[in-house]
Design a binder for this molecule. Structure first.
Ligand code: MLT
Length: 325
């Protein structure tokens, strides 16, 4: 009995020092940052901007791997099953909190299968339409869409994506159903909106900012509680005719469960450092997005935020009666 306890204690001590050693020389190779949506979309943009800054701080290359599909759940599952060594990370958004209510057979536990690193940014969404959509403002857009609902094609990035959540809330607010067209990300969806193959979508400004500024799409309102500084002339949806219609899309970074805490802490400190970077802050601001404060870019803050968001969106989604599987 004593022999086996001593052996067990020796194993624990060896594991602890191995974790310490791996943390001390971490990172010693390229880090993979999984984005659970197609390249060219808003989550991809947020991840690449953050990866660039963090890579400089950690003095290593951080490469983005796009694993799209099923509203972000395929990419999240990829990281949940990855080796917990700090070399495979996830950047995901509000969809990590809505997935448990939407997917009854989710391949992972958004809390139990991940180590939270920290929140990254808060972003606005814009309700945008193809540029020849026959409505000059939100009220006309709603009237036209409801009168032609069986012909309206609304793009999103799959059930569980932010664009899906916003579209679902819009249909619930308007008490009507549109035809939804899912993509592996709103990057590809934007191509079809610009080409007129789909009519509208609710999408993060980190994806549509340049198209709005170039007049290539029509923007009917922002999902934020107050106007977005980069778009002072675009009303909020609440102002324009959908009272209290607010959805803020937050992104956060995670490591697989079991990643040694010293490595998680090193990643969180690098994330906090990156979010202070003036160039990164300006690039986010130009896209209508905002890096979170230092205290929110911590594992503790993300753990609390994720739980609160799961508790908030679960009942809303259940009331809407939407499931993905
Ligand atoms: C979404 O949730 O709609 C995604 O963020 C879209 C994307 O990043 O491609």
């Amino acid at each position: 009995m004593i022999k086996s306890s001593l052996k067990f204690a020796a194993c624990l001590v060896a594991t602890f020092f191995a974790a310490q050693a791996s943390a001390e020389d971490y990172p010693s190779k390229v880090i993979t940052l999984v984005v659970p949506f197609a390249a060219g979309g808003p989550s991809d943009t947020v991840a690449r901007l953050t990866a660039q800054s963090m890579g400089t701080i950690l003095k290593t290359q951080i490469i983005v791997e796009n694993v799209g599909g099923a509203g972000g759940t395929l990419g999240a599952a990829r990281v949940a099953q990855a080796k917990p060594d700090g070399y495979t990370l996830l950047v995901h958004h509000i969809g990590h909190a809505t997935a448990p209510a939407l997917y009854r057979k989710l391949a992972y536990d958004p809390i139990g299968d991940f180590e939270p690193v920290g929140l990254v940014n808060d972003g606005a969404m814009a309700l945008i339409a193809r540029k020849d959509f026959p409505a000059k403002d939100l009220k006309e857009m709603i009237a036209y869409a409801k009168a032609n609902k069986e012909k309206m094609n609304v793009a999103n990035a799959g059930v569980g994506s932010a664009s899906h959540l916003c579209g679902m809330l819009l249909m619930s607010a308007l008490n009507t159903e549109f035809v939804t067209v899912p993509y592996k990300g709103t990057g590809p969806a934007m191509n079809d909106l610009l080409g007129g193959q789909v009519d509208f979508m609710c999408d993060q400004t980190t994806n549509n900012a340049s198209q709005i500024k170039a007049g290539k799409v029509k923007a009917y309102g922002m999902t934020t509680a107050k106007r977005v500084a980069a778009f002072p002339d675009i009303p909020t949806l609440s102002e324009a005719g959908l009272p209290n219609f607010t959805v803020t899309v937050w992104h956060a970074m995670y490591a697989p469960k079991g990643t040694p805490q010293p490595i998680v802490d090193k990643l969180s400190k690098a994330l906090q450092e990156a979010l202070k970077d003036a160039t990164l802050k300006q690039r986010f601001a130009d896209l209508g997005s905002e890096p979170v404060s230092q205290e929110r870019a911590t594992p503790q803050a993300l753990r609390a935020h994720l739980k609160a968001e799961i508790d908030k969106w679960g009942p809303i989604i259940k009331k809407a009666g939407v499931f993905a599987d």
